[in-house]
Design a protein around this ligand. Sequence first.
Ligand code: HEM
Length: 205
Amino acid sequence: MSENIYFYPLWTRIWHGFNAVFCLLLIFSGFSLQYSNPEFSFINFRLAVSMHNFSGIALTISYLLFFTGNIFTENGKYYRLKFKGLRMRLWKQLRYYAYGFFLNEKSPFPVSKTNKFNPLQQISYIVATYLALPLLFVTGWALMFPEFILKQFLGISGIFLTAQLHVVMAFLITLFLIIHLYVSTMGKSPLSNFKSIITGWQKVH
Ligand code: HEM
């Protein structure tokens, strides 16, 4: 018999919505800034700068909601990684995504009240939200106020290093987003996970 579980509390859905919108705006404007030259830019240069700065500030504020929410509510427990048997669990989930899913096999880690994320989801969400996003916005803020960046680090320009780290993190988040969107279609039906992150409810067996 299937059961409806309230999986995504309102605050996580609000954070996620803002996060998705601002990440997309940052990716489009950042891409345009990276590849603009005096003759051509995808988005008007000044507009792209304002869009990028605004979205970066907004993303940082919405991140604080996620961070404090995960400290003070139950949701934080889903982000605590258990290392025991992790390699095997990751392998099982990877095999399922690459093979078992297409043979209609049962998911090795079916969604339940205690098991919100499968091991691959969990690890990718931890890397994206606790590593890549903070590094992305800290380096972004530093580039907005470059006077605070070290002039030189190990003989290399501090601004250059900060900009490189910023672009690598932006690339990682973009890659994460593409995989995240694809994997999110591998739920009970292609749209079921998208409905859940909007309504909060998830149907489980
Ligand atoms: C167009 C943009 C996006 C769409 C359509 C989308 C879609 C979804 C869906 C369907 C879920 C629920 C399924 C699941 O738990 O895996 C989800 C959850 C989640 N997404 Fe996204 N996502 C987007 C952008 C992002 C971005 C940019 C990030 C982070 C950088 C992100 C991080 C997360 C996290 C951490 C969760 C779990 C939230 C929780 O319950 O604690 N998403 N997303």
